[in-house]
Structures are given as C-alpha cells and as structure tokens.
Design a protein around this ligand. Structure first.
Ligand SMILES: CC(C)(COP(=O)(O)OP(=O)(O)OC[C@H]1O[C@@H](n2cnc3c(N)ncnc32)[C@H](O)[C@@H]1OP(=O)(O)O)[C@@H](O)C(=O)NCCC(=O)NCCS
Length: 189
C-alpha cells in the first residue's frame, strides 16, 4: 500500500463481457451503480459502450472502479460559436490544413470508484489507463478524451489534466470537459 494511494500492481483492468456480470458495486451514485450492475451488458451487446472494471489483481471479484467508453468527436456544436471553436483549434496547435470540422475523441461516459476506496488515487489510475489506451493502443485516430463531468467531480478531472470545453457552459448538472491526448509524453509518431 502506498502512503495515500493503492499499489497499482494490485490493480487489473478487465474488459467486461456479458458473462462477467458485476454483482456488488457502490460508488454513491445510484445511476452509475445501476448502469454497471444492470445495463452495461446491453450497452456492450449493442456496441454503444465498452465497460472496464478495475479489480484487485488477487481477487477479480473485488471491483474497485469501473469506466464506460464510447467513440465521440469534438466539433463546432460543442462551442458557443465559431469564434470559440477557432480559438480552440488554434490553442490545440492545429495548422490551417488541419482545421477540420470535427476531431476524433473517446467519451468517458461513466466513471465510478467504490465508496470504500475513494481518495486512494484509483479514479486517477482509471483515467491514466484510459489515456494510455486511447493515445498509444488505439486502432483508430483519437485526439481527445471528453467527459460530461458531474459538477462535484470537476475538480477531480481538473487534477487529471482535463479542461472545460466552453467557459460559458451553464448546464446545471454537468460541465463538458476534454483532455488533449497530445499532451501525453512518449506518443509514438
Ligand atoms: C470522482 C471520483 C471518480 C474520484 O475518484 P477517486 O479515486 O476518489 O479520486 P482520486 O483519489 O484519484 O483523486 C485524485 C485527486 O482529485 C481530488 N478529488 C477527487 N474527487 C474530488 C472531488 N469530488 N472534489 C474535489 N477534489 C476531488 C482528490 O483529492 C485528489 O487530489 P490530490 O491528487 O491532490 O490528492 C469518485 O469520487 C466517484 O466515483 N464519485 C462518485 C461518482 C462520480 O461523480 N463520478 C464521476 C462521473 S462524471
């Protein structure tokens, strides 16, 4: 065990398949709990989202966290207006010939950490897993991670390098945020 976290060698990531249903999970959010306990398989079957469980490497029935991912894009609609979208494209360093109408992304649809292990850097480990998989192991182009962050989770995403897509976003429940996968060192050319 690390001082404030959990030993990452004790964690495995398992891509959930229908046969591997999770029977116990509580992250304190009823909808997120219900998804992984009851709905994730159907989403997987319909190819709408792929879920991963972060489990104890010595006991895979011990689920510490899960995440659910789907393909996404960053496009004009995500911004207040074209000026904001152009500002974003400039900030992310896209040259004129790469000023595309949209950019490929992976959406973090859901993320939950089991109540008993919150605050031990497990959420951060899940984010690192997603960053690494999307930046280094993806079979298709993917430049950004996106998330509709619950308001109470915004500081967590900020600590993990996500920034708000649109400063004028005033959704009462969520904030649209992104992480630029080009910010990861060691991305192979
Ligand atoms: C949000 C959540 C995923 C964070 O997971 P976690 O494993 O507890 O987070 P970590 O331990 O990796 O935290 C990393 C950093 O973010 C901070 N942080 C985490 N959650 C925070 C919160 N709600 N508010 C402020 N800071 C937070 C931690 O203090 C830590 O800071 P440090 O590195 O300076 O110590 C978890 O609390 C959770 O499952 N919440 C309920 C469901 C939810 O809201 N999911 C997000 C859906 S968008």
């Amino acid at each position: 065990m690390l001082q404030n976290g959990i030993d990452k060698n004790r964690l495995d990531f398992i891509r959930l398949r229908e046969a591997k249903a999770i029977s116990h999970f509580d992250c304190g959010d009823a909808d997120l709990n219900d998804f992984i306990l009851n709905r994730a398989s159907a989403y997987q079957k319909q190819k709408l989202a792929v879920s991963y469980a972060c489990v104890d490497s010595n006991d895979a029935s011990r689920v510490y966290a899960y995440c659910s991912l789907a393909n996404d894009k960053v496009a004009l609609d995500d911004f207040k207006d074209k000026t904001e979208f152009n500002r974003f494209r400039k900030k992310r360093g896209f040259p004129n010939e790469k000023r595309l109408k949209s950019y490929p992304a992976v959406k973090l649809c859901r993320l939950g950490v089991e109540n008993s292990v919150k605050g031990k850097q497990i959420g951060t480990t899940v984010i690192d897993f997603i960053k690494s998989m999307s930046a280094l192991d993806s079979n298709a182009g993917c430049r950004f991670l996106t998330v509709d962050a619950n308001l109470n989770a915004v500081p967590f995403y900020e600590k993990n390098g996500f920034v708000r897509m649109n400063a004028k976003d005033d959704n009462p429940h969520t904030r649209l945020m992104y992480f630029d996968l080009n910010d990861i060192a060691g991305d192979p050319v």
